[in-house]
Design a protein around this ligand. Structure first.
Ligand code: SAH
Length: 354
């Protein structure tokens, strides 16, 4: 019999599971608290659970526990990058950042990614697999335990496309906001997507209060197609429409992410076009100086061009910020740390073979 991933169960599902193995219902709340508030990673730590129930739980289920294999800490602002090993040996990356408004964790939602954005390191080797709800939770749980600090904000902006792992991401969001768990406010969660329209619509219909961030990166479809294959499937007009719908349904202001690539999407003309495009939307634009990856030729826009771009966008009374770089001394582009770790490991393996 396949073992149950106990940390991915919500309280109702856990209660059913506990009853199915012939135990009293109230045990479910105790176990749920151990998993989602005390953040334990083994059944033996559950001190109010009998030995015989622990044995039953061990037979029928397992507790997901990510293992940190590398942690880099910034000397500038205390940002920490974690590389975690999963049960099957896959490696993922998560980032812990300290802001004035609280601590934030940027999580991965998939191992790798199949969206193929040209400037992104996470997608270079394609998608390995989706992360389970418990693996996404444990990125945050392990970081709380390691730092001994409370996490109040979560961004789904690490490796992977959250809207390509829809059901698991929704389960994760329900668990992380549960008042019997870490109880993180929906308002403090941002989900970033390259724009898979049908799933954004589904998310809007759920009327959750999370912030939707759209990776736009261009103000016309031709330029967007050069950077992001998903643009062959959905047009910018369709994206704007679904953003309006999301705002109507949730009342949450949309964030647009726009990575500036020198000579590709950073001219005043493009800033003006972008301004026109979003002028009727209640939104915020986050300009990201592209972080060059060695596998591609993209260059970061000049600081002056970035400032000019911002000024032009602001003429449309848009709210615009330039992303502050956290952990500059430990920074690689999205997914680069993971990639260099994997390359290094496979080199060691090869040397071991010869
Ligand atoms: N798949 C999701 C979330 C992951 S990427 C998405 O596409 O939104 C998070 C953000 O970082 C996205 O806006 C992505 O386009 C951007 N990004 C990825 N690699 C980058 C790089 N090298 N430089 C700048 N931004 C990058």
């Amino acid at each position: 019999m396949e073992k149950i991933d106990i940390k991915s169960l919500n309280l109702d599902e856990l209660t059913k599971f506990i009853e199915d193995i012939g135990e009293k219902k109230f045990r479910a709340a105790q176990i749920y608290k151990w998993l989602h508030q005390d953040l334990v990673v083994d059944f033996d730590s559950m001190s109010n659970i009998s030995k015989s129930l622990k044995d039953k739980l061990k037979d029928a289920s397992y507790i997901t526990a990510l293992v940190p294999v590398e942690v880099l800490t910034s000397n500038i602002d205390g940002t920490k990058k974690y590389l975690f090993k999963l049960e099957d040996g896959n490696i993922i990356e998560s980032v812990f950042m300290r802001y004035n408004h609280g601590n934030s964790v940027c999580i991965s939602t998939q191992v790798g990614c199949r969206m193929g954005c040209k400037f992104c390191a996470s997608t270079l080797d394609g998608l390995a697999r989706n992360l389970t709800p418990s693996e996404m939770l444990d990125e945050i749980y392990r970081i709380e335990k390691d730092t001994d600090e409370r996490v109040s904000n979560i961004v789904l902006m690490g490796s992977g496309e959250p809207m390509d792992n829809f059901d698991n991401v929704i389960k994760f969001l329900n668990l992380i906001t549960d008042e019997n768990g870490l109880n993180i406010s929906q308002r403090n969660i941002t989900l970033s997507t390259c724009g898979i329209i049908p799933n954004i619509k589904k998310l809007a219909d759920m009327e959750m209060g999370i912030t939707l961030a759209i990776s736009l990166h261009a103000s016309d479809d031709d330029t967007r197609r050069e950077l992001m294959p998903i643009a062959n499937k959905y047009s910018i007009d369709e994206i704007i429409d679904v953003c309006k719908y999301y705002f109507e349904k949730t009342g949450r202001r949309i964030t647009f992410e726009y990575s500036l690539v020198a000579g590709v999407n950073d001219t005043i003309k493009e800033a003006t076009k972008l301004g026109e495009l979003i002028k009727d939307l209640n939104c915020h634009v986050n300009l990201i100086p592209v972080n060059p990856i060695k596998e591609r030729n993209f260059k970061q826009s000049q600081r002056l061009d970035i400032e000019k771009f911002k000024n032009y966008l602001e003429k449309y009374r848009n709210n615009v910020t330039i992303r502050r770089e956290m952990g500059r001394d430990i920074n690689g582009a999205c997914g680069q740390l993971r990639k260099s770790y994997i390359n290094q490991e496979s080199q060691i393996e090869k040397e071991g073979d010869s």
